[in-house]
Design a protein around this ligand. Structure first.
Ligand SMILES: Cc1ncc(C[n+]2csc(CCOP(=O)(O)OP(=O)(O)O)c2C)c(N)n1
Ligand SMILES: [Mg+2]
Length: 936
């Protein structure tokens, strides 16, 4: 028999033990001493063993292998399903698989098994049985994927020592029974009072709440200031009532669904949402910690990054210059997932992927899968290819603990472990809480149509409250009548609340604060030239000995001279942006700017982070501003749209006074986050009374790059634009960009709205886009820019061309522009809110006007045309006909061929100047006048 047959960790363990024995025979227990006294391996790498009895060796290594198998794969034999479905099991969990017997184990010392079970056992058999009770009972410790040995050892020790198992003394047992009764009675009362109304009962996963209690206690006990919870529909009302302490009165009033005149506040953009989507915030009784639950749309798991972003903001100190400071002990995100949604929705993986990235990490999110073994009607086999619902998370090397939801002590242990692990290792932790769903998917649903066997079993399965009460009574911990007394107590509270309910008064709609009209238009955003020069000088300073890449020096030279001549167009897009941001942090508003490659800028124009050409050391000018009174942070985001935008949305919700900016690589890619835009950004105000104010920078413009990289799909935002929910601008000058950013910072408190900015690509450095320093020092953002040149010959103008964005530059750069004295070109810089007043003024400037044209480079079913058309119609009335010049309706945003793009672009620009012309290209439309002319 040679030792190398047992290579690997287990042989290593035996050798280690042997080494210990060799150095000091007294350091191992007597039985081990006896074995080793007869056995001498030649060396520590597994050569032939001399003097050992082959049988003993075989048994020692077999025992060590068995213990290791149980530690690694014991979860496969854990009884996780409260409904009794037996576990998969695994043959390596039994002695036979390792060539040994129970009797062999009984002859071996317990110390061979190592760890806490060994300390309390007479022999290896006893220790293995204890291991089995730890790893193969109601909890499955799925931790073999941990790559850091210290973490693995900590988890194993925590599990095997049972040090996080709760004491079930009479007091704690009674309070847990009281809590479980409160949870169950709440659902039963709602079922009885509002039969069939959807509430997405928690029943079957009731332990979720006591687990959240444990996490809260852990968090509050270590000085956490903010816990942020994210969850979907299942059990949400129960969590709102009992964790977020939303008064029963308000919840019951929502069930009554009253309609009162004061609730209809369309004037402030509020329409409300169903009760199981609402968010809430509460302060813990001692005032030490806030607990928030983010509002949630139906879109499963979409809230994940929002919650993590909220938690990040809650732990960020940003009230001084430089980089902000994140302190993970201040904050903890807790995400409750569905067992079908977790593996199925990609945003879960996206959010997990943020967890260790510098710009996004929160020192660990605690995840709980509320696993009821169904997704509507779908079974686990129809929902995921992994063994467990949690399988996806294994790749992130975080601990996963599966636990049977009918075992209260095991559930509480899992919650405590989660908190302690997170606090110690500052990483995510996942609990897979395995229960069942007592009713149908919702309360009007018949589950037995699709799951007859399962539901037959559920119909006779006692609730966890009943099981726990019975066990307490059986062990004499509590008198048997306590259970009924508690049930009555909780029913009484709910019945009394219902009896005194005044639904119209008790219903509390989260209506957003109204804003005095016109604030945005009145906001002055100029910055005195001396201040700008000061800031510019600070921005250009580099640390002693820092070597800037030589190709960047030319740009920096230009910046040095940028503000010397007030009336010359010396300020380009990037220069204006940097000055705007510097002035904003100098005024005390922190900035967070993220997106793919934002530090350099997709088009190599920003260079907000300089890298020393020799050493690679970074220098961030906006973090070195002596004038700054708030922080600046900039992070290249991972290649993710949905989760990163969700994250920024959450950050913005939590810290509305920071200017939060997300930049798309190209504007197109924002549609990867369409759910976040639709469900949170553009409708969060109307549904939940939120006041988001994050900024999107979306490169947009037709430059012949094909169907992708051309359009940021402004039509999507315009379709969602209504009442007071967003601002969409397509500005054409550096100064306008400067002012719109500064306006956004100035309005964060008074009139916050999401701001979408369509930004240039090739025009970033174009002379036509550059502004004079004077334009930064004076005035404000202008929603419409009239044609300064045409105004000098206003009387000759017969056609007013309205356009927005980059196509304006194509128009004014065209050779026909100079001779086309009958044409004025006006830029609509703000597409939403529609600049009605400003456009009305423009019309008055041209006394000989005969027609108005909306010109765009996008196909007619995209861009702003379909949004503008009825608004312009109304504005023009019967005074002027309205025409359209642009690409024809198309399913694709643009031509794939650059040459074909040129043809179309030329055609539409030429049409603008030619009052007689007919179509020049089959794919460009020169529309007959629409409605107003037809009416004449
Ligand atoms: C993105 C998305 N797709 C589909 C749905 C419709 N839907 C609502 S709940 C549900 C089942 C969810 O199952 P699971 O995640 O296990 O949660 P459970 O309802 O069982 O708690 C489905 C398919 C949805 N809400 N969101
Ligand atoms: Mg489910």
């Amino acid at each position: 028999m040679t030792l190398d047959r047992y290579s690997g960790v287990n042989a290593g363990y035996v050798l280690e033990l042997y080494e210990k024995y060799r150095r000091d025979p007294q350091s191992v227990d007597p039985a081990t001493r006896e074995i080793f006294s007869a056995w001498v391996p030649v060396d520590a790498v597994g050569s032939a063993a001399k003097g050992a009895s082959p049988a003993d060796l075989h048994v020692i290594v077999g025992a060590a292998n068995l213990a290791e198998s149980i530690r690694r794969y014991g979860h496969l034999a854990a009884q996780l399903d409260p409904l009794g479905q037996p576990p998969l099991g695994d043959s390596t969990l039994w002695p036979q698989a390792h060539g040994i017997t129970d009797d062999d184990l009984k002859r071996l010392p317990a110390s061979l098994i190592d760890g806490p079970p060994a300390e309390r056992s007479a022999n290896a058999y006893d220790a293995v049985e204890k291991l089995r009770r730890t790893y193969c009972s109601s909890t499955g410790f799925d931790i073999a994927q941990l790559f850091v040995p210290e973490e693995r050892a900590w988890m194993r020790h925590a599990a095997e020592s049972g040090r996080y198992l709760p004491p079930m003394d009479p007091r704690s047992a009674e309070s847990l029974l009281d809590r479980l009764t409160q949870i169950e009675v709440f659902e039963r009362f709602l079922q009885r009072t509002f039969t069939g109304k959807t509430r997405f009962s928690i029943e079957g996963l009731d332990m979720l709440l006591p687990m959240l209690d444990e996490i809260m206690v852990g968090a509050a006990g270590t000085g956490t200031r903010h816990m942020v919870v994210g969850m979907a529909h299942r059990g949400r009302l129960n969590v709102l009532a009992h964790i977020l302490r939303k008064p029963y009165r308000e919840i019951l009033a929502e069930f009554k669904d009253p309609i009162a005149v004061q609730m209809l506040r369309l004037d402030v953009g509020w329409m409300g949402d169903v009760k199981y989507h609402a968010g809430a915030t509460t302060e813990m009784p001692a005032g030490s910690m806030f607990v928030s639950m983010a509002p949630n749309p139906s879109h499963l798991e979409a809230v994940n990054p929002v919650v993590v972003g909220m938690a990040r903001a809650a732990g960020t100190l940003a009230d001084r210059g430089g980089a902000p400071i994140f302190d993970g002990t201040m904050t903890v995100p807790v995400l409750i997932h569905g067992d079908s949604a977790f593996p199925g929705q990609g945003i879960v993986a996206e959010t997990l992927n943020l967890s260790r990235l510098e710009g996004y990490q929160t020192d660990g999110t605690i995840h709980i899968i509320a696993n009821n073994q169904l997704g509507f009607t779908a079974t686990p086999g129809e929902s995921y290819s992994t063994s467990y619902a949690s399988g996806l998370a294994r790749g992130f090397k975080i601990p996963i603990v599966h636990v049977n939801a009918d075992d209260p002590a095991a559930c509480l242990e899992a919650a405590r472990l989660a908190w302690e692990y997170r606090a110690k290792f500052r990483k995510d932790f996942l609990i897979d809480l395995v229960g069942y769903r007592r009713h149908g998917h919702n309360e009007g649903d018949e589950p037995a149509f699709t799951q007859p066997v399962m539901y037959k079993r559920i119909s006779t399965h006692p609730t966890v409250r009943e099981l726990f009460a019975d066990s307490l009574a059986k062990h004499g911990t509590l008198p048997p009548e306590t259970a009924d007394t508690l049930v009555k107590k909780h029913y009484t509270v709910l019945e009394q609340t219902l009896a005194s309910l005044k639904p119209e008064e008790d219903f509390v709609p989260p209506i957003p604060t109204p804003v005095a009209p016109g604030i945005a238009a009145k906001t002055q955003t100029g910055v005195p030239i001396e201040r700008l020069r000061d800031l510019n000088e600070s921005l250009l300073a580099t640390p002693e000995g820092f070597t800037v890449h030589k190709k960047l020096e030319r740009g920096r030279d230009r910046k040095r001279a940028m503000l010397t001549k007030p009336a010359e167009r010396t300020v380009d897009w990037a220069g204006a942006e940097e000055l705007a941001m510097a002035s904003i942090v100098a005024e005390g508003v922190a900035i967070r700017l993220t997106g793919e490659d934002v530090q350099r800028g997709t088009f190599s124009h920003r260079h907000a982070v300089l890298h020393d050409a020799n050493t690679g050391v970074e220098h961030v000018p906006l973090q070195q501003l002596p004038q700054a009174r708030a922080s600046f942070e900039i992070h290249n985001s991972p290649l993710t749209e949905a989760a990163t935008i969700g994250f920024e949305f959450g950050y913005n919700m939590q810290e509305p006074r920071h200017l939060v900016i997300w930049e798309a690589q190209y504007g197109d890619f924002i549609n990867g986050a369409q759910i976040i835009l639709d469900q949170f950004v553009t409708s969060g105000r109307a549904k939940w009374g939120l006041r988001p104010s994050l900024v999107f920078l979306l490169p947009h413009g037709y430059e012949g790059q094909g169907p992708e990289h051309s359009s940021a799909r402004p039509e999507r935002f315009l379709q969602a634009a209504a009442d007071i929910n967003l601002r969409l601008v397509n500005c054409t000058t550096a100064a306008q960009y400067f002012h719109v950013l500064r306006r956004q910072a100035a309005l964060l408190d008074r009139d916050p709205l999401p701001l979408i900015i369509l930004t240039p690509k090739s025009l970033l450095r174009h002379a036509a886009v550059a502004s004079t320093p004077q334009e930064l020092t004076e005035g404000h953002f202008r929603s419409v820019l009239d044609d300064a040149e045409a105004l000098t010959r206003a009387k000759t103008v017969k056609r007013l061309v309205l356009c927005s964005g980059k196509v304006y530059v194509d128009l004014i750069s065209h050779e026909k522009r100079a001779a086309a004295t009958q044409v004025a070109i006006c830029r609509v810089e703000q597409l939403y809110p529609f600049p009605n007043v400003a456009l009305r003024e423009v019309l008055e400037h041209y006394p000989g006007l005969k027609e108005v044209v909306w010109l765009q480079e996008e196909p007619s079913n995209m861009g702003a045309w379909e949004f503008m058309r009825p608004l312009l119609d109304e504005l023009l009335g019967d005074r002027y006909p309205l025409r359209y010049i642009g690409r024809a309706r198309n399913s694709s945003p643009s031509e794939g061929s650059s040459a074909w793009h040129q043809v179309n672009q030329k055609a539409l620009v030429e049409l603008a100047f030619d009052l007689e012309a007919d179509a020049l290209s089959p794919s460009v439309v020169w529309s007959k006048p629409v409605r107003s002319l037809a009416k004449k």
